[in-house]
Design a binder for this molecule. Sequence first.
Ligand SMILES: Cc1cc2nc3c(=O)[nH]c(=O)nc-3n(C[C@H](O)[C@H](O)[C@H](O)COP(=O)(O)OP(=O)(O)OC[C@H]3O[C@@H](n4cnc5c(N)ncnc54)[C@H](O)[C@@H]3O)c2cc1C
Length: 153
Amino acid sequence: MPLLANTYALHFSLQYLTNRFLIRTPEDMQEIEALAAGLKAYTTWHTTSALQECRECCGGKGYLSENRIDSLKNDTEIYTTFEGDNTVLMQLVAKSRLTEFKKEFGNMNLFSILNYVAEKAKTSLTELNPIVIRNTEENHLLDPEFHLSSFLY
Ligand SMILES: Cc1cc2nc3c(=O)[nH]c(=O)nc-3n(C[C@H](O)[C@H](O)[C@H](O)COP(=O)(O)OP(=O)(O)OC[C@H]3O[C@@H](n4cnc5c(N)ncnc54)[C@H](O)[C@@H]3O)c2cc1C
């Protein structure tokens, strides 16, 4: 299920990226380039690991050509290298993120920077808060309202 959910999320992300590219302005290009680099690396790594998981889930039968996993693996695994090696593309993403951070911080005075850091720390603390108990009751987990709010989140 996590791999399938990831696949759907990546499908919609790629549609988003395509739309951003179609309505691009020159100012958007750096961000779109970083998005494309990151999504290319992430989706192709995801493809490789999802196919491996599928193969293992089917046991020895996953190795049989009639189940098609072998040809999908053959066709897709080189994608982590060509059209830009994934590691190198992720370096491009990191550089772009750092440039953005530098710009954001460049426009801030000391007070705004402290506020920004405090806001980030607050979010991390809320996420890590051991006092917040996750609700694992069956009724809650089967409630469509909960599914919808999780999906929106
Ligand atoms: C089937 C196929 C079709 C291709 N078609 C085309 C084509 O049509 N047009 C075209 O121009 N090219 C094409 N290529 C070339 C492709 O773009 C390159 O293979 C790809 O960019 C990777 O470069 P490389 O093979 O030199 O590997 P390298 O760059 O040598 O990578 C080898 C290893 O070194 C690592 N590495 C490299 N640089 C860094 C770095 N800065 N930091 C950390 N690690 C690093 C990589 O992560 C990888 O693990 C094709 C390749 C293949 C396999």
